[in-house]
Design a protein around this ligand. Structure first.
Ligand code: CTP
Length: 408
């Protein structure tokens, strides 16, 4: 399963470095191309020669080394990795990553890569329980870093408790799980809608909403990375289109409705994250409306409910909706999931700090038609996008998941 995968391991300074040597050996045996980076502290425990021999490749230790050919080493390592694994990860490297510090090779590669990153902490129990370390771990979890938690037992320093590097089998399972998931949407066609719609009032004015499109763009990006063919029907937003995604720009709900229906029969999954205007001005004035009296009444008429219509006509398609609520989140979400005939509804209370329009994070609940409800922590929108997409293969199999483990 790991044949052809480029796995870059960052080894930082703790006694568990000796276990990392066995891990590198196991990975090399299972066909992965393993590259090892070591900090100065790690080299106090084991020399690079051990890792060089086990991986069959040079070991990287110096941020400023210039490889033959003139490549920039940390960018090259970051870009060519399918997975970065930190094992053992000390409190120090965890703190640096959580604070955005990149002052050595490993922290710089971590900052520069866009591939999944697994962190395997190992340290003394008191260090592990330290509130600053716990805060850093929680913040990295919220940003979508993956973890293999340390085990409990007698530690090398003589103390008892949680802090031992996790069993190598657990680490291998995690690596396999993440790399197997990577292209789990290959062969699927996914349609995503994003952003607000804009409903003209006259040639210079319009009605719209606060949607930034970030959530939908994150879903489109994540789906494309996981191998899906993605079409993104987007209202007007200030975002760069994700790589490899076909973008269809639209303005009004009516245009979005037409664009979605035109492609619906040829897609497998629809993720409807656009904030579609429920109403539009009954007539858009052809000339600028002049100011006259103290009040102005604009009559609105209903837009089509695109998702509800998809729910009525769907055949094989899997439908994921979003619900932005300001009160009675769960009750409203449960009503919407059945009224619109959805497989999944992602509900969020847009009044919470760190959730909703314009933010880079979201706090969502996944609501399923069978009554299941999963409350997710505050997450980066890309991490939430992956968490939502984790459900797609399961739902397509008609299976029920009892839990999802999005972040650890
Ligand atoms: N939606 C849609 N067409 C509309 C309105 C909403 O397809 N005209 C979709 C949204 O993209 C979202 C889901 O329906 O995935 C729920 O949207 P939301 O605005 O929360 O719900 P509404 O059905 O509009 O109900 P209300 O505004 O009354 O809460």
């Amino acid at each position: 399963m790991l044949t052809g995968k480029n796995i870059t391991i960052g080894v930082t300074g703790g006694i568990a470095v000796y276990k990392a040597a066995q891990l590198v050996s196991n990975l090399a045996v299972s066909g992965a191309a393993v590259r090892v980076m070591m900090t100065e502290s790690a080299r106090e425990f084991v020399t690079p020669l051990t890792f060089q021999t086990l991986s069959g490749r040079q070991v990287y230790t110096d941020l400023f080394a210039r490889p033959a050919g003139g490549a920039v080493q940390h960018i090259d390592l970051a870009a060519s990795s399918d997975l970065v694994l930190l094992a053992p990860a000390t409190a120090n490297i965890i703190g640096k990553i959580a604070c955005g510090i990149a002052d050595d090779l490993i922290s710089t590669v971590v900052m520069a890569t866009s591939c999944p990153i697994i962190i395997c902490p190992a340290m003394n129990v008191n260090m592990y329980n330290n509130r600053v370390v716990q805060r850093n771990l929680a913040s990295l979890r919220g940003l979508g870093y993956h973890f293999v938690e340390p085990g409990v037992g007698r530690l090398a320093c003589g103390a008892e408790g949680r802090g031992r590097l996790a069993d190598l089998e657990l680490i291998m399972d995690k690596i396999n799980f993440i790399l197997a998931n990577e292209k789990d949407l290959q062969g699927l066609s996914v349609m995503v809608t994003a952003g607000p719609t804009v409903e003209p009032v006259d040639p210079v004015r319009y009605l719209t909403n606060r949607s930034s499109g970030k959530m939908g763009y994150a879903v489109a990006d994540a789906a494309a990375r996981r191998g899906a063919r993605v079409v993104l029907i987007s209202g007007p937003v200030e975002l760069k289109p994700p790589a490899g995604v076909e973008v269809i720009p639209v303005q009004t709900a009516a245009e979005m409705h037409a664009a979605v229906l035109e492609r619906f029969s040829s897609v497998d999954v629809v993720v409807m994250s656009a904030a579609v205007a429920d109403y539009r001005p009954k007539t858009a004035a052809t000339q600028k409306i002049k100011k006259h009296g103290e009040t102005l009444t604009i009559e609105l008429e209903k837009n089509p409910d695109i998702l509800a219509e998809l729910g009525r006509i769907k055949k094989h398609q899997l439908l994921v909706g979003f619900a932005a609520e300001t009160e009675d989140l769960v009750k409203n979400a449960q009503k919407k999931v059945s009224a619109k005939n959805l497989e999944l509804l992602v509900a969020n209370d847009v009044t919470l700090p760190g959730a909703g329009f314009g933010t880079d994070t979201n706090i969502a609940k996944l609501v399923f038609p069978d009554g299941r409800l999963i409350s997710l922590p505050k997450m980066d929108k890309l991490a939430l996008a992956h968490t939502i997409l984790n459900e797609v293969p399961v739902l397509r199999r008609g299976g029920k998941v009892n839990h999802i483990v999005p972040l650890s």
